[in-house]
Design a protein around this ligand. Structure first.
Ligand code: OAD
Length: 251
């Protein structure tokens, strides 16, 4: 089904010197990774993610939280980038060819944008494939498999945890600063596959709007941004983004 792409959006993208995009779990939905607020599948359906992804939950039951993330890591390990991820990486390459800059800001922790080839990538909420110590904060690449769950930090003996941002935790400051700078400097901002419910990421498209950028949303459903965006492209990222990149390649 050909998707109606507004001519004015194509003009704005062709003229843009700087484009920024914010992605959420929706861009990985077509890779088989459940979105954050859709019904949890399988074993974990009885848990609310908000009740697991917090420092308090980890301190209360570190084994449960470690095992939930081990389940997500295994699930994500089987996932592959979908046409939406690949289109964003292709878009970055095409802009670079004409000296324009594309900054991809993601809330996702699944690593699929990097796998798809995106280079200028800001991981606002960390990355599931990285592990660090809950107690001393040092990253851990390997650890003793001695049956401890969660495993122990090789540096201090503390409990290891996924290197992802939990609720009530601060985002990595350098990533957050870079994301706001990209949103404030861009000519066009794409918001793809995010419900726009979690701050500070949800403020990025509004920051771009405030600075006079053209803002386009890609989402099959309405979000708090929809009423404010310059353009709303209703559809799955795996179809809309390739169609957008293809339309841009036709002069
Ligand atoms: P959500 O699960 O809140 O929202 C997913 C969005 O993707 C929804 O708006 C869906 O309509 C949309 N969607 C579903 N399928 C899609 C598709 N094929 N193409 C495009 N969009 C699609 O996930 P996020 O908005 O990413 O943070 O959630 C933001 C943050 O909340 C997460 O990063 C996580 C969570 O708490 C932390 O864990 C800190």
């Amino acid at each position: 089904m050909p998707i109606g792409l507004p001519a004015e959006l194509l003009v704005a993208l062709r003229r843009a010197r700087r484009v920024a995009a914010l992605t959420g779990a929706g861009v990985s939905a077509e890779s088989g990774v459940p979105t954050f607020r859709d019904a949890q599948t399988g074993l974990w359906s009885q848990y609310r993610p908000e009740a697991l992804a917090t420092p308090q939950a980890f301190q209360r039951d570190p084994k449960l939280v470690w095992e939930w993330y081990a389940w997500r890591r295994e699930l994500v390990g089987r996932a592959r980038p979908n046409p939406g991820h690949l289109a964003l990486a292709e878009f970055e390459r095409r802009l670079a060819q004409r000296g324009a800059v594309f900054t991809l800001i993601t809330q996702n922790v699944d690593g699929l944008h990097a796998q798809a080839g995106s280079q200028n990538l800001i991981e606002l909420h960390g990355n599931l494939q990285r592990t660090k110590c809950f107690d001393c904060g040092r990253p851990a690449e390997t650890w003793a498999e001695d049956g401890s769950v969660p495993p122990r930090c090789p540096a201090c003996g503390g409990r290891l945890r996924p290197d992802v941002v939990w609720f009530n935790e601060a985002l990595p400051p350098e990533a957050l600063t870079a994301a706001f700078e990209a949103a404030q400097a861009c000519d066009v901002f794409l918001s793809v596959g995010t419900s726009g419910l979690v701050e500070p990421a949800a403020s990025l498209p509004f920051e771009a709007l405030r600075r006079g950028a053209v803002v386009a949303e890609v989402n099959p459903h309405e979000t708090p941004l929809s009423a404010h965006a310059t353009f709303v492209l209703v559809g799955p990222a795996g179809e809309v983004l390739p169609a957008l990149v293809q339309a841009l390649s036709r002069q």
